[in-house]
Design a protein around this ligand. Sequence first.
Ligand code: URA
Length: 235
Amino acid sequence: MSIQNDPILDLRDYLGFLVNAGYTEVVIPKSEHEEKMTSSSRRELEAIRVELGDCRRCPLSNGRKNIVFGEGSPDATLMFIGEGPGADEDREGRPFVGRAGQLLNRMINAMGLERSDVYIANVVKCRPPSNRDPEPNEIGMCFPFLKAQINSISPEVIVGLGRIAVGSLLGRKVSLTKIRGTFYHVDGIPIMPTYHPSFLLRKEPDRRWKAEAWEDLKKVMSLLGLPFDGRGESR
Ligand code: URA
């Protein structure tokens, strides 16, 4: 191949031209296959939401303001699963928007990702009164919807936030301090158990727990092939 026809050199020249012209970002359009995948998982998620409807399957529906279905990229490679909505989430109908959500956002950013890159959902979609743990029957009613969300997104890895989320995903009671930091596999998907952001906030200013959660997230980054630049250490 002659130098003039080398596509890498052509690309370098072209990128140099763009930089000189003042461009700071190049958006690479999705391939036709990627577009199809996105729209099919988006449609599946919409169908799951329709199936959930104005859910009255368990007593949690009595006290809720809004169902918190979940949000994020339909083709996320990384999913975060929490326990259930708190007061802020119940009010807004969106997962992890309160203080714990702000910490979760920082954790996601520390991994070099944006919140919109991942998908965030909860084990139960209605707020348990006074933030109590969801009951097994409530989890049992809601879990098929979470399972369907996981199936349609088909993430490469799930981060389970806290004892309730991880226990529900693994189908057994767990001690988070004992099992965190190791991948477990459910239906072929690796699950990383780590501390719930609310727990991390309760433990402040002791940094031990955040440091451990960051170790867990680094393992997830490594599984996903995300570059590590050390910036999460200071969060
Ligand atoms: N805690 C959770 O487990 N989920 C939320 O959405 C918010 C707080």
